[in-house]
Design a protein around this ligand. Structure first.
Ligand code: SAH
Ligand code: SF4
Ligand code: F3S
Length: 464
């Protein structure tokens, strides 16, 4: 039997959106599953794809691990703490609580640790990395037919994981992957080891999915990739990233297109020009710098200097649109001196980012930085992080104060019941909490006037 499900956005207040799909689910009801996700947006979106895949095979999704026959952890390995969290969580399912349940580890820790996870947590029955999700239903069937342990760990792939049955959690913003893996080799980073080589999706497949999303009620999409802007269409159309952006934005019904994460090395003037001439492309760019010191950047193998990074910022700032620029920074990379850290602070002063995600360097398996001399003591890393965050906080307060009295179009994506406020984002991705007399604004575009400014969000009132 095949059923087409189309749910208008308005009916979805707070509920997950189901991508229009042909459900060819087996008639018999299959086991229930629960997925808990750690890590980046790509991981969150992978969970949406995995959930869709399993739902389409007749499995049922439940909201609590206790109610589930199968419990999956979609894991992150980017820093030691993230990976540690997963093992703590797995421990919760040893013995009684895990009894009778199939516990599976997906994602980056699965790929990195592989079958060693079975040694460390013998009650785990499946390990599966992101490049093997297509095989997940087959792996589950092996378990159902009596296999004790199964794994999907092949990284030697040029496949991308595409499915028409994604079950999206966010009713307002739809994520879609356009490029998987990573071909850079930053010396601190596990991602090339956990997600494999870079491979782009054919542009027609991306455009087709976006058109389906519009038909399902979405007006905002976010294109995902670890180095999203190194996208290269493998099909004869041969679009580069800027051309793909233009093509996505040209789909009727699309009002906002975002993308993350851009690598400075692949960031071109053409991208800025396309955004400038295309209203649906949002004026926010996340461009991770990692350090303000050219020597440290070289040790990190980031492939650009501070000056080259700043040059890209100048292209963005030279545009007519009021771009918001955010970044990622690592403090305490091996050998980072006090004055090199100061260079990162001076870069924050120079660029005046609208947001900074700052992390203490964490040594990771299989990375070259792990064995570099000059490890920075934990207390020094913590002190540097605190200084940097304080400096950035002041910058953001000053930046946001300038927006008082301004008007923005907000796409509403949430509600704070206790405060009686709606919440949404500007095109530049700033969060605005605002009051309104209107009944239900979820998924609507509203004009809002800014009446208050904090370091991380704005306050406003609905004006139309
Ligand atoms: N592909 C993106 C980043 C992916 S990881 C890019 O190239 O920018 C997200 C962020 O985690 C990175 O930007 C970096 O700031 C941080 N990160 C990665 N590995 C890390 C490590 N070993 N220790 C601390 N932070 C790390
Ligand atoms: Fe990691 Fe560097 Fe690839 Fe980003 S570009 S995912 S930091 S290796
Ligand atoms: Fe983490 Fe893997 Fe994403 S390591 S940050 S979940 S790519």
């Amino acid at each position: 039997m095949s059923a087409r499900i189309d749910i208008p956005l308005a009916a979805l207040a707070g509920k997950p959106v189901i991508f229009p799909v042909n459900l060819d689910a087996p008639a018999r009801s299959r086991a229930s599953f629960y997925i808990e996700t750690f890590g980046c947006q790509m991981n969150a979106h992978d969970s949406e794809k995995v959930a869709g895949l399993l739902l389409a095979r007749g499995y049922r999704q439940v909201e609590s691990p206790d109610a589930a026959d199968m419990v999956f952890f979609n894991t992150c390995s980017i820093r030691e703490k993230a990976a540690q969290k997963v093992f703590t969580r797995l421990n919760d399912f040893r013995g009684q609580r895990g009894q009778g349940k199939v516990v599976g580890v997906l994602g980056c820790v699965a790929q990195q640790e592989g079958e060693a996870i079975f040694e460390r947590a013998p009650w785990v029955r499946m390990v599966c990395g992101s490049a093997s999700y297509r095989n997940l239903p087959a792996l589950l069937e092996e378990i159902e037919s009596g296999e004790t342990r199964v794994s999907g760990l092949n990284l030697d792939t040029d496949e991308t994981f595409e499915t028409e049955v994604t079950r999206r959690d966010n009713p307002v913003r739809a994520y879609l992957t356009i490029i998987e893996g990573c071909d850079y080799a930053c010396s601190y980073c596990v991602v090339p080891h956990t997600r494999g080589p870079e491979r782009s999706r054919a542009s027609a497949s991306v455009l087709n999915e976006v058109a389906h999303l519009v038909a399902g009620g979405f007006t905002e999409v976010q294109l995902l990739g670890q180095t999203v802007n190194s996208y290269r269409d493998p099909s004869p159309a041969g679009l580069n990233f800027a051309q793909l952006l233009a093509a996505v934005a040209a789909i009727p019904g699309i009002r906002r297109v975002r993308f993350t994460t851009s690598h400075p090395n692949d960031f071109t003037r053409e991208i800025v020009e396309i955004i400038e001439s295309t209203p649906a492309l949002c004026d926010h760019i996340h461009l991770p710098v990692q350090s303000g010191s050219t020597r440290v950047l070289k040790e990190m193998r980031r492939t650009y200097t501070r000056e080259e990074y700043v040059e890209r910022i100048s292209w963005i700032r030279a545009g007519r649109r009021p771009f918001s620029i955010t970044t990622d920074v690592i403090v305490g990379f091996p050998g980072e001196t006090g004055s090199e850290f100061e260079e990162t602070l001076s870069l924050l002063d120079e660029v005046k980012f609208d947001g900074v995600f700052a992390f203490k360097y964490s040594p990771r398996p299989n990375t070259t930085a792990k064995d570099m001399p000059g490890a920075i003591p934990e207390d020094v890393k913590s002190a540097r992080l605190a200084i940097l965050q304080q400096r950035q906080r002041e910058i953001q307060i000053a930046q946001n104060q300038k927006l008082l009295g301004a008007g923005f179009e907000i796409l509403v994506d949430g509600r704070h019941e206790s405060r009686g406020q709606w919440s949404g984002r500007t095109t530049c991705n700033r969060i605005v909490n605002f009051t309104s007399q209107a009944e239900n604004l979820l998924g609507q575009y509203c004009q809002v006037k800014i009446t208050g400014a904090g370091p991380n969000s704005l306050v406003g009132e609905h004006v139309a």
